[in-house]
Design a protein around this ligand. Structure first.
Ligand code: FAD
Length: 316
């Protein structure tokens, strides 16, 4: 039995495990892939105090730091179900893909999220070579260049406004005939001189020269005509999907874990969820901004929240 079982080995999970282990409690960590999204990131320039690094390097440092502590690490293992307790002080059960059931007095969920992809030819090939998902992270790489934003929801229009201040020009491509972004954002975007918005545009291919993106192809859904745009970068903003599938349809207990309509775990100021003893941190939660430094802070916060819970809750 663990005192704290962390699920996830990204920035949030790693940070939580270190904070827990430093309290001298029995800490475990289960992760399908150590490093999480950081493994898929090339340049990282906004992890404060480290001017520039690369994803796999930061992921290796995360793992090294966790291994410096007495944490029982179960790598390459996925959690398929959790069964909460309705009684404070009870044990939460975590079921792994291989059938093993782990029990812990507190569980900290840090399973992160994944960007929804366009699934068009060229997207995978040019990922990190012009195809980007995070304007806060990669916007400055396209300074003075032309870029496109795919998606006209809040994140797409926010990205366009953000990128318009850095790049030469931004074209927003929206699949449907309405922009779902808030009116105030649409107004702001339309007031900027270097943003064009194309409606009913279905992106069909990412074009490149073999080493980097140089354009994209799309179909005008009203006329059926095909067009191409010349540009250096494509920001895909069609949704961030939280990794919470394993929490759904698990019977009454897990269903009690409150999620937002988008599937994010609802947390309080101490990372607590709606289930006693279950905490959550990082991109998997309803925290508004998804960044490495924020996920790490969240992980520390939730681990301290869980520790507070443990010292106040008698074992039943
Ligand atoms: P994640 O990093 O998603 O980690 C989730 C962890 O949970 C992983 O270990 C995963 O294997 C594990 N997991 C998931 N499901 C299960 C399961 N069922 N069972 C067991 N384990 C599970 N942020 C920045 O600050 N700067 C950047 O430059 C930057 N660039 C980015 C570039 C790209 C291409 C991407 C995709 C993201 C980028 N981000 C960047 C965002 C940043 O990576 C995330 O905000 C951060 O990794 C979130 O950390 P996390 O620990 O919450 O989740």
């Amino acid at each position: 039995t663990f005192d704290m079982l962390v699920v996830g080995g990204g920035p949030a999970g790693a940070s939580a495990a270190i904070y827990a282990a430093r309290k001298g409690i029995n800490t475990g960590l289960v992760a399908s892939r150590f490093g999480g999204q950081v493994q898929d990131t090339l340049a990282i320039e906004n992890f404060i105090s480290v001017k520039a690094t690369e994803g796999p390097k930061l992921a290796a440092h995360l793992e090294e730091h966790v291994r410096d502590y007495d944490v029982d690490i179960m790598q390459n293992q996925s959690v398929v179900a959790i069964k909460g307790t309705d009684q404070a002080g009870g044990l939460t059960e975590v079921t792994l893909e291989n059938g093993a059931v782990l029990k812990s007095r507190s569980v900290l969920l840090a399973t992160g999220a994944r960007w929804r992809e366009m699934n068009v030819p060229g997207e995978q090939e040019y990922r990190g070579k012009g195809v980007a998902y995070c304007p806060h992270c990669d916007g400055p790489l396209f300074k003075g260049k032309k870029v496109a934003v795919i998606g006209g929801g809040n994140s797409g229009i926010e990205a366009a406004i953000d990128l318009a201040g850095i790049t030469e020009h931004v074209t927003v491509l929206e699949f449907s005939d309405v922009l779902r972004a808030d009116e105030v954002l649409q107004k702001k975007a339309r007031s900027m001189g270097n943003i064009d918005i194309i409606m009913q545009a279905q992106t069909t291919e990412v074009l490149g020269d073999g080493s980097k993106v140089n354009g994209l192809a799309y179909t005008d859904r009203t006329t059926g005509e095909n067009h191409t745009l010349e540009l250096a970068g494509i920001f895909v903003q069609i949704g961030l999907v939280p990794n919470t599938e394993f929490l759904k349809g698990q019977g009454d207990q897990a269903d009690a874990l409150e999620l937002t309509p988008r599937g994010e775990i609802v947390v309080g100021r101490r990372g607590e969820t709606s289930l006693p003893g279950v905490f959550a941190a990082g991109d998997v939660t309803d925290s508004p901004y998804k960044q490495i430094i924020i996920a790490m802070g969240d992980g520390a916060n939730a681990a301290l929240g869980a520790f507070d819970y443990l010292i106040r809750t008698p074992v039943v």
